[in-house]
Ligand binder design. Structure first.
Ligand code: KG4
Ligand code: ZN
Length: 338
């Protein structure tokens, strides 16, 4: 059987990414990060789309070169249709359309959230693939969802955030502590040196499988303001313990809902995805849950957890097999029906 070569393009937020897959194996996975946003404390959409326009051709060329593939060998082009920032999505989709027309090969539209979940189906040594059905916890700067995954394109959201995403909870807490954006990885770094029980933050009471993080952010803000009023050096003297306690609270919120989801569905396979799954505390807690609750947990390779194009490529491969193609009138969607 002839191998399938997919060129995948991801441009939904602030990373311009391209990957080449040979069937379900990744030949190259290139990401150009846009560091310009850091000084603004968040992604500036207008700057993001301009940077995508600047980066997209070099990133795609680098992905093809690294994979040792010519454009003429490609079987199809897959791109992120949404959800994401409209200006950013348009750069990827317009490029993908043009290239598929020029090469006369199929065009495949990919839902970014499906991709975070299906990244687990990339063939990678040392990483198991979940079997259907499984539960996916997608945790990123934009999303917090528990999804029941029945099959590749048969998924239901059974819980999601009613306000901030987990990544925002990390980043906004970090901002309160005066840490630079994006603060999630820094909170993680300090948390590893601190006592998770040093300070207690109240967990929100949200019914069912939904989440809420805005109350936690406010609780942290008031706590820090009060402590700093008493001792101006409170943050610097306690940064490790503060971060460990914040992280511990966030992980407890996630674990409480996962336990409930397992109870309600009877499914004990849990796969995580999205940038926050890089968090060391979450990774350790999930591994412990295997022994404690008899779960089987799946944590993807680090480069497939944050935004990347390899995950778009694996969905592209599944859609190629299913012959789910788009014509050139397909449009980007900032919000997308799951
Ligand atoms: O998936 P992603 O790269 O982009 C989207 O939001 O779609 O996720 C980025 C988010 C940011 O909020 C960042 O602070 C968070 O993931 N993050 C982390 C860690 N690494 C990245 N949060 C906590 N601990 C980490 N180690
Ligand atoms: Zn993402």
């Amino acid at each position: 059987q002839k191998p399938v070569f997919i060129l995948a393009i991801e441009s939904s937020c602030d990373d311009t990414a391209a990957a080449v897959l040979k069937d379900d194996k990744v030949l190259s996975n290139v990401v150009a990060n846009q560091l310009i946003h850091n000084e603004f404390g968040g992604v500036v959409p207008e700057l993001a789309s301009r940077a995508h326009q600047q980066n997209i051709v070099p990133v795609i060329n680098a992905a093809l070169k690294k994979a040792n593939i010519t454009k003429e060998e490609l079987s199809a082009i897959a791109f992120t249709q949404g959800p994401g920032l409209m200006g950013s999505l348009l750069v990827g989709s317009s490029f993908a359309k043009s290239l598929s027309l020029a090469l006369n090969i199929p065009l495949i539209a990919v839902n970014h959230m499906h991709a975070h979940i299906l990244a687990h189906y990339i063939d990678e040594e040392g990483f198991d693939k979940p079997t259907f059905p499984f539960l996916a916890l997608t945790i990123s700067g934009g999303h917090t969802q528990i999804v029941k995954v029945n099959h590749f394109f048969d998924m239901e959201i059974i819980g999601e955030t009613t306000d901030d995403a987990v990544g925002e909870a990390f980043d906004k807490s970090a901002k309160i502590l005066g840490l630079p954006y994006p603060g999630g990885p820094l909170v993680d770094k300090y948390a590893q040196l601190g006592n998770p029980k040093a300070f207690a933050f109240t967990k929100p009471k949200v019914p069912g499988l939904d989440f809420s993080f805005s109350g936690l952010k406010t609780a942290i803000l008031y706590f820090i303001q009060k402590k700093v009023a008493e001792n101006p050096d409170f943050i610097s003297e306690n940064i490790n313990d503060i971060c460990a306690s914040i992280q511990h609270t966030i992980i407890e919120i996630l674990m409480d809902k996962l336990k409930l989801a397992v109870k309600e569905t009877g499914i004990k396979q849990i796969a995580i995805g999205g940038g926050v799954s890089a968090n060391s505390g979450i990774r350790t807690t999930l591994k412990e849950a295997e022994k404690r609750y008899g779960w089987k947990t799946f944590v993807p390779k680090f480069e497939y957890t944050t935004d990347n194009a390899a995950m778009i490529g694996i969905v592209g491969y599944q859609k190629f097999l299913a012959e789910t193609f788009e014509d050139a009138t397909v449009v980007s969607k900032a919000r997308i029906q799951f």
